[in-house]
Design a protein around this ligand. Sequence first.
Ligand code: ADP
Ligand code: MG
Length: 229
Amino acid sequence: MAVIEAKNIKKSYGKNETKFDALKGVDLKVEKGESVAIIGKSGSGKSTFMHILALLDQPTSGDIYLNGKNVTSIRKKVLNKTRNEEFGFVFQQFFMNAKDTVLNNVLLPLKIGGISGSKRKKMALDALKAVGLEDKVQNKANNLSGGQKQRVCIARALVNNPQIIFADEPTGNLDSKNSREIVDLLKLTQRKYKQTLIMITHDERIAMQADRIIVIEDGQIKKDEVLHK
Ligand code: ADP
Ligand code: MG
């Protein structure tokens, strides 16, 4: 069974003269443990699609299935819980609390999930070890380099042991050396924890490292190619 499936997803922004069809009927089935790169020009609908897949936004029509269950219109509270437990997120802009410590940033999803203090500290330290930042736990997030910040975000994405990691241009603010390291790390942790990775990138070399490449053009999937099995 697919871990996540999108069926005929359409998304329009605005109405009447200003109506814009950002997604025009997108179907996608991702198997558990797959790594999928989504590529396409700026404005092609990649982020819109990922936001809908990750239950951060509602489609205009169409359905999202998580482990076979239709989750398109589940109640807000259940939806937030599902997202917090099943998904990890890594974004280009390293969304973090810059003034807080590395440790507290990684703890946050566990705190929201209601995990006890001592347990969440251990889990956060394990995640920070997995990304090679065990010596930075008490540093302020602000004082880290870009590559280190993205490692914190990966640790935070992993800390709940989610089923799916969603990454939207995770290397968009990094130089090529750090980009390679971050992608290697994402792939390594994905394999180690048997997760599914869905990553948007506009860097073709990075996309080539995924198991599968999806090309989005003008709100539609133009190509869907398996590279590695
Ligand atoms: P990508 O991630 O591929 O660069 P996006 O999914 O962010 O593209 O955007 C796809 C299209 O939808 C773009 O033309 C963008 O301007 C438009 N769009 C995205 N979000 C909104 C919004 N909130 N309101 C209106 N138009 C939007
Ligand atoms: Mg985008």
